[in-house]
Design a protein around this ligand. Structure first.
Ligand code: FAD
Ligand code: NAD
Length: 467
């Protein structure tokens, strides 16, 4: 027998977009059902942000231990034995974090009185879907539908996923560290995971189609990462094209088609972007307007069909968890009758490479034409806390861009070890419409990396103290 549910709100997808929308809707007293086919937490919690950061952390500890066991030791610390990596235990520890977080999301949904249905939703019209669950078919007919189906990895036709060609999902659950890893795509995932595997002792080669890594960021910001890669024996082929694979590894054509070579690879990690998950759930039944590959929305996340909303990776760039959550929270409030618009001044992004990169707002080369700007850049090498935690080792810095006329901050970036935690202050400054004098007049705690933000503003004002 088919069970029928008639909630006020149906959320499809239990990632950071969908589960936050559902919790907020529940908190606001809306009768809410969340459908998720996999585990609660979606890509982010189960095979994205969190497991990748856990692996990155463990890889960093292992690398430090290996260095401490070397002849030179590490800060006077000498390990008398080479550390042993039991990678299955590392993966087990990472899985434990995922279990805890996914279970936690389940608890939060229950607390908000959201009903969770486990299965794949298929729409027959814009407001009706069927879900095949372990306990039978469930039909859900809702007044409001929030689509939060997320995204999946883009595959290359000549390197389909399978066997040794893997996506980030498999890279986060390998049975052992491969001896050699070829990474196709030097963007967020390729670099975050490539660097982690290099620290775990794998010989990593990165193949990037454009003429620099992380093309989203400017060259000054990525230079410290390139320096780290060079120093740690990671080979980077820029402007190169992957062609396919042979018995030994990955076939590529180097920049300008100069030569062809095979990169030895036990595993080939393809990280050439992600695409919205728009297939297999009945999008075509819903008559939604599209914006290229993405579902088209307005500034309230409303689609072209009344009371059908869409959020997160499904609706476009930036494909980031915090954007998905912010949209989810907003849509729930709109359905509850609040007046809201999705209009952030800027959305901060962090790349958890070595060193880390944080960026919010405009970079100097994106400064609007016809507007005079000032830039203040302060090196972490001149910051005591940074030196004590090696945050400036590969040339890291904080850089602020402001309008010359009124000193309004237009963008802030940083590159350096551990600097991801600066993202919150950067975003707050942008959202509050801060001017350089606001930062200069704020007493920053000593000794912290945050002092470099203060100094970058002082530099832009022409009177930095420590350089
Ligand atoms: P998702 O998290 O993809 O969730 C969608 C959910 O919907 C999935 O659980 C899926 O099973 C479910 N679903 C889809 N269709 C149906 C259906 N028909 N029926 C039932 N369920 C369905 N972002 C950051 O901000 N910071 C990071 O550090 C970061 N690291 C990342 C690392 C990796 C390796 C990857 C792959 C991504 C990373 N991201 C990061 C991106 C981030 O994971 C996504 O932006 C975010 O998860 C998008 O959230 P979402 O809710 O839109 O979709
Ligand atoms: P990406 O867009 O960050 O990088 C893809 C890279 O692959 C680009 O540099 C591109 O030039 C390159 N490329 C494309 N086709 C290629 C080809 N045929 N050969 C060689 N290189 C090629 O994509 P991603 O790394 O797959 O990550 C997907 C998304 O996930 C990101 O855009 C981001 O939104 C999200 N993400 C965020 C974080 C974070 O916030 N720290 C971490 C991981 C992922």
């Amino acid at each position: 027998m088919t069970e029928t549910l008639r909630p006020k709100v149906l959320v499809v997808g239990g990632g950071p977009g969908g589960y936050v929308a559902a919790i907020r809707a529940g908190q606001l007293g809306l009768d809410t059902v969340l459908v998720e086919s996999g585990r609660l937490g979606g890509t982010c919690l189960t095979r994205g942000c969190i497991p990748s950061k856990a692996l990155i952390h463990a890889a960093g500890l292992y690398e430090e231990a290996v260095l401490a066991a070397g002849e030179a030791g590490r800060f006077g610390i000498h390990l008398m034995q080479t550390p042993e990596l039991r990678f299955d235990e590392t993966i087990g520890w990472k899985d434990g974090i995922v279990d805890r977080l996914s279970g936690g999301v389940g608890g939060l949904l229950r607390k908000a009185k959201v009903k969770t249905v486990n299965g794949w939703a298929r729409f027959s019209d814009a407001k009706t879907c069927m879900v095949d669950t372990a306990d039978g078919l469930v039909m859900i007919r809702a007044e409001h539908v929030i689509l939060a189906t997320g995204s999946t990895a883009v595959a290359l036709p000549f390197l389909p996923f399978g066997d040794r060609v893997i996506s980030s999902t498999e890279a986060l659950s390998l049975a052992e560290v491969p001896k050699t890893l070829a990474v196709v795509g030097g963007g967020y995932i390729g670099l975050e995971l490539g660097i982690a595997y290099a620290k775990l002792g794998c010989k990593v080669t990165i193949v990037e189609a454009q003429d620099r890594i992380l093309p989203l960021y400017d060259a000054a910001l990525t230079a410290p990462v390139l320096r780290w890669l060079e120093k740690h024996g990671v080979t980077v082929h820029l402007g190169a094209r992957a062609l396919g694979q042979d018995a030994e590894g990955l076939l590529i054509e180097t920049a300008g088609g100069q030569s062809r070579l095979t990169i030895p690879a036990d595993r080939i990690l393809v990280t050439v972007g992600r695409k919205p998950l728009t297939e297999g759930w009945g999008l075509e039944q819903m008559a939604l307007a599209m914006d290229g590959r993405f579902v088209k929305i307005d500034d309230r996340c409303a689609t072209s069909t009344t009371h059908v909303w869409a959020i997160g990776d499904l609706v476009g760039e930036p494909m980031l968890a915090h954007k998905a959550s912010a949209q989810g929270e907003m849509v729930a409030e709109i359905i509850a009758g609040h007046r809201r618009r999705f209009d952030p001044v800027a959305i901060a992004a962090v790349c958890f490479t070595e060193p880390e990169i944080v960026s919010v707002g405009l970079t100097p080369d994106q400064a609007p034409e016809g507007i005079d700007t000032v830039v203040g850049q302060f090196p972490f090498q001149a910051n005591g806390r940074a030196l004590s935690m090696q945050a400036g080792d590969d040339g890291g810095f904080v850089r602020v861009l402001a309008r010359k006329s009124d000193h309004r901050i237009l963008g802030i970036q940083a590159v350096g070890r551990h600097c991801s935690e600066l993202a919150g202050e950067f975003a707050t400054l942008m959202e509050m419409g801060a001017v350089l004098e606001d930062v200069a007049g704020t007493i920053h705690v000593h000794p912290t990396l945050g002092e470099a933000i203060h100094e970058s503003a002082l530099k832009a004002l022409g009177h930095a103290i420590h350089i």
